[in-house]
Design a protein around this ligand. Structure first.
Ligand SMILES: Cc1cc2nc3c(=O)[nH]c(=O)nc-3n(C[C@H](O)[C@H](O)[C@H](O)COP(=O)(O)OP(=O)(O)OC[C@H]3O[C@@H](n4cnc5c(N)ncnc54)[C@H](O)[C@@H]3O)c2cc1C
Length: 377
C-alpha cells in the first residue's frame, strides 16, 4: 500500500500507542465493559479527534485518508476504542462544526476535540432504522425555537455523551424533505438517557435509548438550512462507509496476525499447524481479502480527499471489507481450535466485535441493493 511520509509517520505513532497502551488492556476492558475514558483522553491528546477538520477551525488539518488510517490502526487493537474515536471525529461533531454558532463551537466542539466532551449521532428510532423516512421524532416550531418529542435508540456513546446530533422530522407531510438535524446538549430539560444496553460485542462502547419529552431548544440549534437534513447526511455518507471499511481492515489485521502467531506455536501430529496446507489456505484467503479491502477502501478515501463523488466505491469498500472481517474472525477462531471458543484469547473478541460493523452506514442488504442498482439492475 503506497502512503506518503506523513501518513507513514502518523500510522507508526498510532501503531506504537496501540501496541503499548491499547492491546495490553483490551481484554480486561472488554470484560469490565466500561467506557475507556483514559484511553479516550490519550487519543484526544494525540490530536486525533480533529484529524478531518481544518487547523483554523480547531482541527488538526488532516484528511479522510489519515482519518481512516487512524481508525484502522485503533481497530487493530480494540474495536470499541476505534468506534468511539470514529464517532467523535466524524458523525458526532461534523454538523456542529459546519452549522453551529461560534458560541456552540467554543462551548462544545473545541472541548470535544480535546476529549473533554463526548459526542453522539442519533438517527435510529425503535420503528425507523434503515428507513429514515419513518423517523417520527418531531421538532415542532415554537416562538423562539423548537420543541422536540420522540425517541432515539441504539445511540453509540449515548450513556456517557455530553451532546447529541439528532435527526428529527419538522413537517411529516414533507417526508424526507422535512428531516433536520438538531444539536441537543445533555443537560437540556426533558431529555432522558436509558441505562446502557447489554450487547455481544464492542462491550466498552455503551449504547442507549434517548427519550425527548417537550425538549425546548433555541432555533440556532437546528444544524443546517431547513429541510437539508437528508442531503447533509448524504454529504458524509461516503466518509461513514469508508471509515467502517477501515475499521474492518483493522480487525482483519488483528485476526490474521493472531492466527499466524498461533499457527506457528501450536503443534498437531508432530508438526506446527502452520505446515498444513488447509491452515495455509485460510491464511492465504484472509491475506488476499485484506489486500482487496485495502485497495477498495483507500481508493475511496483518496477520492473523498479529492472531492470526487464516490458513494458507490465507499459502499463496495464497506460491504467487502466488513464481510471479509467477519470471515477472518471466523477463520481465526477455527485456527485456534477449542481455544478459539475460550475467553482467554482475543480471537473471540474479534468474532463478537465484527458484528458492530454490520449496521452503521447501512446494513449489507441495503448496500447490496444500492450496489445492484449502480451496476445497472
Ligand atoms: C452496535 C450498534 C451501534 C449503533 N450505533 C448507532 C448510532 O450511533 N446512531 C444511530 O442512529 N444508530 C445506530 N445504530 C443503529 C443502526 O444504524 C441500525 O441498526 C441500522 O440502521 C439498521 O436499522 P435496524 O436495526 O432498525 O434494522 P431494519 O432497518 O429494521 O432492518 C432489519 C433487516 O431488514 C433488512 N432490510 C431493511 N430494509 C431493507 C430493504 N429495503 N431491502 C432489503 N433488506 C432490508 C435489513 O438489512 C436488516 O437485515 C447502531 C446499531 C448497532 C447494532
Amino acid at each position: 500500500m503506497l502512503r506518503s511520509n506523513s501518513e507513514e509517520l502518523i500510522k507508526k505513532n498510532i501503531a506504537r500507542f496501540v501496541d503499548n497502551e491499547v492491546i495490553p488492556q483490551a481484554q480486561e476492558l472488554d470484560e469490565k465493559g466500561e467506557f475507556p475514558l483514559e484511553l479516550f483522553r490519550e487519543v484526544a491528546g494525540m490530536g486525533v479527534f480533529g484529524i478531518r477538520y481544518p487547523k483554523n477551525g480547531g482541527g488538526a488539518g488532516g484528511n479522510n485518508t489519515l482519518y481512516c488510517i487512524i481508525c484502522e490502526e485503533l481497530a487493530r487493537g480494540m474495536m470499541s476504542l476505534a468506534a468511539i474515536t470514529a464517532m467523535q471525529c466524524l458523525m458526532g461533531t461534523n454538523f456542529l462544526f459546519h452549522y453551529g454558532t461560534d458560541e456552540m463551537r467554543e462551548k462544545y466542539f473545541l472541548p470535544a476535540m480535546r476529549g473533554e466532551k463526548i459526542a453522539c449521532f442519533c438517527l435510529t428510532e425503535p420503528e425507523a432504522g434503515s428507513d429514515l423516512g419513518a423517523v417520527t421524532t418531531l421538532a415542532k416550531k415554537s416562538e423562539d425555537g423548537y420543541v422536540i418529542n420522540g425517541m432515539k435508540t441504539w445511540v453509540t456513546n449515548g450513556p456517557v455523551a455530553n451532546f447529541y446530533t439528532v435527526l428529527c422530522q419538522t413537517d411529516p407531510a414533507k417526508k424526507l424533505k422535512g428531516l433536520n438535524f438538531f444539536f441537543i446538549p445533555r443537560e437540556t430539560p426533558g431529555l432522558s438517557v436509558s441505562k446502557p444496553f447489554q450487547t455481544i460485542g464492542t462491550r466498552t462502547t455503551p449504547l442507549s435509548d434517548l427519550a425527548f419529552q417537550d425538549v425546548r431548544i433555541p432555533k440556532e440549534y437546528r444544524l443546517g438550512a431547513e429541510g437539508q437534513g437528508l442531503s447533509n447526511l448524504l454529504s458524509i455518507l461516503a466518509e461513514i462507509r469508508a471509515m467502517t471499511a477501515a475499521l474492518a481492515i483493522g480487525l482483519q489485521r488483528a485476526a490474521i496476525a493472531d492466527s499466524i502467531r498461533y499457527a506457528h506455536e501450536r503443534t498437531a501430529f508432530g508438526r506446527p499447524i502452520s505446515k498444513y496446507q488447509l491452515i495455509q489456505a485460510k491464511i492465504a484467503d484472509m491475506a488476499t481479502d485484506l489486500e482487496a479491502s485495502r485497495l477498495l477502501t483507500y481508493n475511496a478515501t483518496r477520492m473523498i480527499d479529492n472531492k470526487i463523488p464516490c458513494l458507490k466505491e465507499a459502499s463496495m469498500a464497506k460491504y467487502f471489507a466488513t464481510e471479509a472481517a467477519c470471515k477472518a474472525a471466523d477463520e481465526a477462531t477455527r485456527i485456534f481450535g477449542a481455544y478459539g471458543y475460550s475467553m482467554e484469547y482475543s480471537v473471540q473478541r474479534y468474532y463478537r466485535d465484527n458484528r458492530f460493523l454490520l449496521y452503521g452506514g447501512g446494513t449489507h442488504e441495503i448496500l447490496q441493493t444500492n450496489i445492484a442498482r449502480w451496476a445497472g439492475l
